[in-house]
Write a protein that binds this ligand. Structure first.
Ligand SMILES: Cc1cc2nc3c(=O)[nH]c(=O)nc-3n(C[C@H](O)[C@H](O)[C@H](O)COP(=O)(O)O)c2cc1C
Length: 159
């Protein structure tokens, strides 16, 4: 299943031409667990971690607009949608040390490790590794900022 999904998801990274590394070797995953921030121990159960990394030179820079950030977001969003379509859970996190991740995986310093997408299967049971707060959050979606606070019609308005 993991190999099949790697084959499938890989194309999305290639299309948008940034760095995506699919890690499912248990030995490498174990090393990566050391780079996760406290509170992300749940990720130790995942069978794959997708490392999303990119650098400024990957796309055009127009004055202060760095388009590699746009590409990275597009690719990651597509990856998550496709993984979900394949019946997997794909959970992006920012709680890790990019320095340690680069060291473990041999990624050069000029790359930003933008996110790790933790990939696994749905479980009926709530993992005992979760804190009470995390376990409670599993059963309800986080509150969303109302659309009218960040979507504007015709003109920007300070809210
Ligand atoms: C910038 C950013 C960083 C995040 N980092 C973490 C993280 O380190 N660990 C974690 O469990 N969730 C993290 N999350 C939350 C999840 O990605 C996800 O948004 C959350 O579980 C809610 O899921 P939902 O948006 O599908 O409802 C982060 C979200 C954002 C936007």
């Amino acid at each position: 299943m993991i190999l099949q999904s790697v084959h499938d998801l890989r194309h999305l990274v290639l299309i948008i031409s940034l760095g995506g590394m699919f890690v499912y070797d248990p030995k490498v995953l174990k090393e990566m667990h050391e780079a996760l921030s406290p509170g992300n121990e749940w990720a130790n159960d995942a069978s794959m971690i997708i490392v999303v990394f990119s650098k400024k030179e990957d796309d055009c820079v127009i004055r202060d607009r760095e388009y590699y950030l746009f590409d990275t977001g597009m690719a990651t969003g597509s990856l998550i949608l496709r993984a979900t379509e394949l019946g997997l859970v794909a959970h992006p996190i920012a709680g890790y040390s990019p320095k340690k991740i680069r060291e473990i995986l041999g990624i050069s310093d000029d790359h930003n490790v933008v996110t790790l997408v933790i990939v696994g299967k749905h479980s009926e049971k709530i993992s005992p590794i979760l804190s009470d707060k995390q376990a409670e959050a599993e059963n309800k979606r986080p509150e969303r900022i109302p659309l009218d606070k960040f979507v504007y019609i015709n003109m920007y308005e300070e809210v």
